[in-house]
Design a protein around this ligand. Structure first.
Ligand code: 2P0
Length: 362
């Protein structure tokens, strides 16, 4: 187990200073899904995700010295320029968790501004991008105050670890292209406590892969992901599911190293439907798919059969469809979306995205 607790990360009062740090961090789409957790945000099975390019959160953290160190955290938070006290409270509980790691959190006054590249309530989960952006800012601030994170590998590992404590899937957003989170015997260096990069291992076709997001509903989810993870604890299929995820990840990684898009696509679709089947088999059961999600799935499968174009679907914990395909068919797939799928999207809204280079400090 990593223990990042460090009571030395306190600033001597005459050395307290102010500063501003900004990071832009992307969302990610899991192909083998993380669904079920235990302990302190530890996954029940390993997962792999594609780091996105266009769906990101940009977070600016300003800090300055504060007089009363013993009181609660001093945090103001604005989202797209608007004060959000409810979010400030969430950040406060996150800071509480991080206090043994970063005792300096109470010595400073925090002003946090955040915005997403995708429209608010576009039905896109933003916890991966927002929590990783915040964790990256904190790691940079640690380095500014103490000079203790100049090694890039250590920086990324700690950023992934701290992101995980905010939201499990956020652990994977720290790395370019592809990232594996969770211990798997067949992945060197994999770990439950932080994600690792997996971009160098995969065939070039997967480094430029597309993921267009078809927005089927903008409604708030009836069951949050955090509640969904918890429901796995009493799910009758939990144990075989975790074994299945391990086997699928092993097969998927072989396919991704070889450049076997068909095998990749089959596993991606099986995982998406398994995730939603697990929700339907939870107690109480629930459904996050929408009739249009199913119609899009049927149209994608019919189109693939007719054209032989390797386009596949995935789903996150929501009704929106992610269309996965290699770069070389982008000029077929975009017209297919416009001609055959856009009528199933809310307000005709869909987002072009693809495999990205990972977070960036601005
Ligand atoms: C994933 N999802 O692997 C899975 C698949 C959504 C579908 O992890 O409670 O926001 O913050 O750890 O990471 C979404 O859940 O949940 C998620 P918490 P998170 O990406």
């Amino acid at each position: 187990m990593i223990d990042y607790s460090n009571s030395k990360l306190l600033v001597e009062s005459d050395k307290l200073r102010s500063g501003t740090v900004t990071w832009k961090s992307p969302s990610n789409l899991a192909i083998v899904k993380y669904w079920g957790k235990h302990g302190i945000q530890l996954p029940r099975n390993p997962s792999i995700s594609m780091t996105l390019n266009n769906a990101f959160t940009q977070t600016k953290v300003s800090y300055e010295a504060r007089e009363n160190h013993d009181e609660l955290f001093d945090i103001t938070f604005r989202f797209h320029g608007e004060s959000q006290p409810a979010f400030a409270k969430k950040i406060s509980s996150y800071f509480e968790k991080l206090l043994p790691v970063y005792p300096f959190l109470k010595q400073l006054k925090w002003d946090i501004e955040s915005e997403n590249s995708f429209p608010h309530s576009a039905g896109i989960a933003s916890s991966a991008s927002s929590m990783s952006a915040l964790a990256l800012c904190l790691c940079t601030i640690e380095d500014e105050l103490f000079g203790s994170l100049s090694d890039d590998l250590l920086f990324d590992r700690k950023a992934s670890y701290l992101s995980r404590l905010g939201s499990g899937s956020a652990a994977r957003s720290v790395f370019p292209h592809w990232s594996v989170w969770g211990k798997a015997d067949f992945v060197n260096g994999s770990d439950d406590e932080f994600a690792i990069p997996y971009g160098l291992e995969v065939h070039d076709d997967f480094k430029s892969f597309h993921d267009d997001i078809l927005i089927v509903s903008k409604d708030e989810k009836s069951v949050s992901s955090t509640a969904g993870h918890q429901l796995m604890e009493n799910n009758a299929f939990a144990s075989p599911r975790y074994d299945q995820a391990n086997r699928r990840l092993q097969d998927l990684l072989v396919a991704m190293r070889k450049g076997d898009i068909e095998c990749f696509g089959k596993i991606a679709e099986d995982e998406a439907l398994t995730l939603h089947a697990l929700m339907m088999a939870s107690n109480p059961s629930y459904l996050l798919m929408h009739p249009n999600s199913l119609e899009i799935i049927n149209r994608v499968r019919a189109y693939r059969k007719e054209t032989n174009n390797p386009v596949y679907f995935s789903l996150d914990a929501g009704p929106n469809i992610h269309l996965l395909y290699p770069e070389n068919i982008v000029h077929d797939i975009r017209p297919f979306i416009e001609e055959q799928l856009v009528d199933l999207c809310v307000d005709g809204f869909w987002i072009k995205d693809w495999c990205g280079e990972g977070p960036e400090q601005l």
